[in-house]
Design a protein around this ligand. Structure first.
Ligand code: ZN
Length: 302
């Protein structure tokens, strides 16, 4: 592991990607009920007959980007060991009651803060956490990973990514350990959850596919890649995801981790004011636009 990596910790979450049911239902919930902004309407670059919809804060800042591979049909997934269980938005403490009135859910206290626990229309667990810092709506507070053994995952977070242990709480049939990054970047908290009941994760609608961490730039990403490989992790080559450069690896607990760069950002193929209004395709899929538009269900963007 290089000292350079340790001196530059991960800057928090970049995005979280989950699998949803039908795209229109997903769009309606995340924009109308949850009031995040549709910031990109594109396709799954690896399976372009499927929408990939991105939601975030109004300015599409990294750390606020929740994305979905939208499956029109397909089996429901199952949360369990080896996958991320839930993502959480940060919200001013005095707004939690309003969110509960609008969306339902239950409020509990976790590490001294109120947490509203909810599910989206396709069964994805998510939370709204009372947080006094004044970030934009749509910024992440944290993600929770469900792990059979949190130890090896925690070691990657602390030794390579720069997280530190914050404490643990027992309850809800398991043990929750909290790790956080220094500073106040959105999504700087990760909870590692160990259930007393062993349940294996099964991918499908309503489950998180991967979580992506922020590297400031490609140099930082390369240093992290080197440190992970030195640690014995198998890491992909750098992939061009149009809005960021990405590398992927499956961490020891089984969760797919991505490290994404801040640049070039979501305004690279359409102006910031028009984000999400029309279908954007990367150069490799642009020649198939007419065919893909026919295969994809029509989407009404309000
Ligand atoms: Zn991703």
């Amino acid at each position: 592991m290089s000292d350079a990596t340790l001196k530059t910790p991960i800057a928090g979450l970049h995005h979280v990607t989950a699998i949803s049911g039908p795209a229109q239902e997903n769009l309606n919930f995340y924009t109308e009920a949850l009031k995040t902004r549709l910031i990109k309407q594109t396709v799954n670059f690896d399976a372009p007959e499927m929408y990939h919809l991105y939601y975030g804060a109004a300015d599409a800042r990294p750390g606020s980007v929740m994305t979905f591979f939208n499956r029109e049909e397909g089996a429901q997934g199952q949360a369990g060991e080896g996958a991320a269980l839930a993502f959480a938005y940060a919200a001013p403490p005095d707004t939690l009651a309003d969110w509960q009135a609008a969306l339902g859910g239950t409020i509990s206290t976790r590490f001294g803060a109120q947490v509203l626990s909810l599910r989206d229309p396709h069964g994805q667990a998510f939370e709204i956490v009372a947080d006094p810092s004044d970030g934009a709506w749509g910024e992440f507070h944290s993600v929770t990973l469900w792990l059979a053994d949190p130890g090896p995952t925690a070691a990657i977070l602390t030794d390579i990514f720069g997280y530190s242990y914050q404490g643990e709480e027992r309850g809800d049939g398991g043990l929750r350990q909290r790790y956080a990054l220094p500073g106040d970047a959105p999504g700087r908290v990760i909870d590692l959850w160990q259930s007393e009941l062993p349940v294996k994760a099964r991918p499908g609608a309503g489950t998180i596919h991967h979580i992506a961490f922020r590297a400031g730039d490609e140099g930082h990403q390369a240093a992290l890649r080197e440190a992970l490989i030195a640690r014995g992790q198998e890491v992909t080559e750098v992939k061009d995801r149009q809005y960021f450069k990405a590398i992927y690896f499956r961490e020891p607990g089984g969760v797919l981790f991505e490290i994404a760069t801040d640049g070039p950002g979501f305004a690279t193929d359409e102006p910031l004011a028009a984000l999400g209004q029309s279908l954007q395709l990367p150069p490799q899929h642009e020649p198939r636009r007419a065919e893909l538009k026919k295969a994809l269900p029509p989407l009404v963007v309000v």
